[in-house]
Design a protein around this ligand. Structure first.
Ligand SMILES: C[S@@+](CC[C@H](N)C(=O)[O-])C[C@H]1O[C@@H](n2cnc3c(N)ncnc32)[C@H](O)[C@@H]1O
Length: 335
């Protein structure tokens, strides 16, 4: 996530953990990378900058496809993000250094193959939502702005948050709030939502939650924070998307290529941590082997045992970076 309050058009987002991502992905001139979450194009801009070859390097490495310099393939499921990035980098797109696609990242392998992006040097996922989305009331992500209760990353498909809470049972709503928001007051909030239906705006929902937990909440965050997070995760199937995308990433990396994932809440981070850990100690069944027919074939090597978090100075400059956790792993040589 990133933020630049003086930039309401969202054209110049501040990428989170920028140096850490560049170092972690081992970005070198001539490299080829996939940015699975373009957002405002903040990380993509850095990838383009740091993969650029000098004239001499370009001559020495002269590539069969005539592209001098590294290449980036960027995806975002949000059509507005894709439109913004296309407008931001027309030169790189026409030079063949940047390809952009509007697609959810659980389609990453198909899109990458379509664009010839296999055997890449790195894949980045910077999860969650961009400042542009958060700060646009019409998108319905923020309880601080009044807007329709939408929350879809791609507003052209699926059900909005309003449809979800107006059409689900009290138990289903409580489960969503508990599972995806780790909300202790899930049942009382669900009861209050059902009693106030139909609910159609962000501020209406925020007020319902505030009234439902008023006397019980000891949190120092806004009482609606967890409810909004939970609904956003459910509306966009964020954890399902992440799990399906991660499963495809190793096949896209060259041996030694890296995957970097920035998570913004504990559910995402746990999924990333477990996926990296499981792929760093994968077992293959082989009945010809002794010892129960199991052979260990790790797919990834962990580059970070603990997540990398922003330094105090970054948090001060960009408070939205405060919950970021970056994990990195490297693809092992084929066996
Ligand atoms: C935190 S922002 C990325 C910011 C970007 N790294 C930058 O520096 O500008 C996350 C972006 O991921 C996109 N996104 C979220 N879920 C997605 C998914 N399943 N597939 C593709 N994009 C997704 C959102 O639409 C949003 O634009």
């Amino acid at each position: 996530m990133q933020g630049a309050p003086s930039d309401p058009a969202g054209l110049h987002h501040v990428p989170v953990l920028a140096d850490e991502v560049l170092t972690g992905l081992n970005v070198q001139p001539g490299g080829r990378f996939i940015d699975g979450t373009l957002g405002g194009g903040g990380h993509t801009r850095l990838l383009l900058q740091h993969t650029r070859l000098t004239r001499t390097e370009a001559y020495r490495n002269s590539r069969a496809d005539g592209v001098a310099g590294g290449q980036v393939l960027g995806l975002d499921v949000d059509p507005a993000a894709v439109h913004r990035v296309r407008k931001r980098f027309p030169g790189e797109i026409s030079a063949g250094r940047l390809s952009v696609a509007q697609a959810p990242f659980d389609q990453i392998e198909r899109i990458a193959r379509q664009h010839g992006f296999t055997g890449v040097d790195g894949v980045l996922l910077d999860l969650g939502l961009s400042s542009f989305q958060l700060d646009t009331p019409a998108r319905g992500f923020a309880f601080r702005h009044d807007g329709p209760l939408d929350m879809r990353f791609d507003p052209s498909t699926g059900s909005s948050a309003a449809e979800l809470i107006n059409d689900s049972s009290r138990e289903e709503i409580a489960d969503i709030l508990y599972q995806y928001g780790e909300e202790r007051h899930s049942r009382s909030i669900a009861r209050a939502i059902v009693a106030s239906r139909p609910v159609s705006t962000t501020v209406e929902l925020a007020d319902i939650v505030r009234r439902a937990v008023r006397s019980r909440s000891r949190q120092n965050i806004h009482p609606a924070t967890r409810t909004f997070q939970a609904l956003r995760i459910a509306v966009n199937d964020e954890l399902g998307q992440l799990a399906r995308a991660m499963a495809q990433i190793p096949a896209l990396l060259r041996p030694g290529g890296r995957v970097a994932i920035i998570a913004f809440h504990s559910l995402e981070d746990r999924l990333v941590k477990e996926w990296m850990r499981d792929n760093a100690r994968k077992f293959r069944s082989d009945p010809t082997l002794p010892a129960g027919g199991q052979e260990q074939i790790p797919v990834l090597a962990l580059c970070t045992r603990k997540p990398i978090v922003p330094a105090a100075a970054e948090i001060e400059e960009n408070p939205r970076s405060r919950s970021a956790k970056l994990r990195i792993a490297e693809k092992m040589p084929e066996q």
